[in-house]
Write a protein that binds this ligand. Structure first.
Ligand code: ARG
Length: 459
């Protein structure tokens, strides 16, 4: 007869393949340190409730600390005959002390695993916030360097209007800052302790749930023991937040890929973050950016994975939920790696100022200036837009730019045109003339830079 912690009511040994199929130790051993933190807090609770003696508490605590040390320096041998991390750690205590099994009084792996995951997520969430902050600092640094660098802004990937490169980079800071806010906001829902919910119904032992929550630095406790063990919203929300950040990273990555192409030539990716081709000697490929773009698929997949695991599960705990760990850990690992590599790539690339400016000179980026100019002179904007459209069509047919038309030609389209139209056509004055808050004007971009500088100094 085998001696699983739960095998009392069984006559026959578990089928070997069934055991292999159902064990999760290879994956959930990542939770080991958190599992021990939880057990240490639970011990105090057991002591206070008079379930274990002072001596027993001390022996179990020392052994748990001992295991924690070994896990930290990677020397702990996880017993492969134990099905999960909780059993692997508990069994050391049971083997060593006759009273070792007392540790599981008033506790179930159902509340234990929820606790471990919440502890993992507190840590993971803070780590991700820190990584995004570093990325945003790099973006701000590059924005400051390029607060006068002019480039075409795009809509539909068609040249639209001149903007400052700094303005474009600041757009990303806003996106990533919202990501930080989302991770921050989720902390409230992660940061509550489920311990004491036991299997689903609570426990007859007089365990002080608030005390345990305090020891583990939770801000409170979950309110319903059934919900405590059947809830995986915190995993779903975390991966959902990771997915949004990955989506933002993929947009940055895509621009790296496009901008480093010969067609754009807006940036040169540094050698350290590019790779070559084994057949085409001239190639310098933006592989890191492409991989970030590609890895988005994994994180979105993880989100669908956990949503599907949880769909239609009856309350409360079901073993299906053990499958939550792979998508959870993979999302954290993938996102962390992608933020780091994007941040480094960004910090080390060279922006080609001349090419960026040159790109504003073709493609009628300044056409809106003409429409705005006529509108300022009292022509209704729709009419001004139409006149300008005709001018552009004329230029396209003659293969000339708006700057190359003569004064007479302009006046053929509208007698409102005066000599000063020509000064409006250069990209710098187009930028200079923007007046609205949050616009691409030199002054507004500087304001944005200073806003983030103040904010990052406080953070
Ligand atoms: N390894 C399990 C999990 O991660 C722990 C909880 C198991 N509970 C149970 N009743 N079998 O979900």
């Amino acid at each position: 007869k085998q001696n699983y912690a739960w095998s009392g009511r069984f006559t026959n040994k578990m089928n070997e393949q069934a055991f292999e199929f159902s064990k999760s130790i290879d994956i959930d051993k990542k939770l080991a340190v958190f599992d021990i933190e939880g057990s240490l807090a639970h011990l105090k609770s057991l002591l206070k409730a008079g379930i274990i003696s002072k001596e027993e508490e001390k022996s179990l605590r020392n052994e748990l600390e001992n295991i924690k040390g070994k896990i930290r320096d990677n020397s702990f041998q996880f017993d492969e005959f134990e099905e999960d991390v909780h059993m692997a750690i508990e069994s050391v205590l049971r083997k060593k002390f006759s009273f070792g099994g007392k540790i599981h009084t008033g506790r179930s792996r159902n509340d234990q695993v929820a606790l471990d995951e919440r502890l993992y997520l507190k840590d993971a969430t803070q780590k991700i916030i820190t990584e995004i902050q570093k990325l945003n600092r790099n973006l701000l640094k590059r924005a400051e360097e390029h607060k006068t660098t002019i480039m075409p802004g795009y809509t539909h990937l068609q040249r639209a209007q001149p903007v400052l490169l700094a303005h474009h980079l600041l757009a990303y800071i806003n996106m990533f800052n919202r990501d930080i806010q989302r991770f921050e906001d989720a902390k409230d829902r992660i940061n509550i302790s489920p311990l004491g919910s036991a299997a689903l119904a609570g426990t007859p032992f007089n365990l002080d749930r608030h005390e345990v929550a305090k020891i583990l630095d939770f801000s409170g406790i979950t309110l319903n023991s059934i919900d405590s063990v059947s809830d995986r919203d915190y995993v779903i929300e975390f991966i959902s937040n990771c997915s949004i950040t990955m989506m933002h990273l993929s947009r940055l990555a895509e621009e790296f890929v496009l901008w480093s192409s010969h067609e754009f030539s807006f940036i040169e990716i540094s050698d350290e973050f590019a790779s070559g081709s084994s057949i085409m000697p001239q190639k310098k490929n933006p592989d890191m950016a492409e991989l970030v773009r590609g890895k988005v698929g994994r994180v979105y997949g993880n989100l669908i994975n956990i949503l599907t695991i949880m769909k239609a599960l009856p309350l409360s705990y079901n073993r299906d939920m053990q499958e939550d760990k792979t998508p959870l850990f993979d999302s954290f690992d993938t996102l962390t790696a992608c933020i780091r590599i994007s941040s480094m790539m960004l910090a080390n690339c060279v922006f080609n100022k001349e090419k960026l400016l040159e790109a504003t000179k073709r493609g009628f980026c300044n056409a809106t200036e003409i429409a705005d100019y006529l509108a300022e002179k009292g022509i209704p904007f729709r009419k001004a837009h139409e006149i300008c459209g005709k001018i552009v069509a004329y230029c396209v047919s003659k293969n000339v730019t708006l700057e190359e038309l003569s004064m007479e030609k302009y006046q053929e389209f509208s007698e409102k045109f005066e000599k000063n139209i020509f000064s409006r056509l250069n990209p710098s004055s187009s930028i200079q003339l923007k007046k609205t808050k949050g616009s691409t004007s030199f002054k507004e971009v500087l304001n944005q830079i200073n806003y983030w500088k103040r904010k990052f100094r406080k953070a």
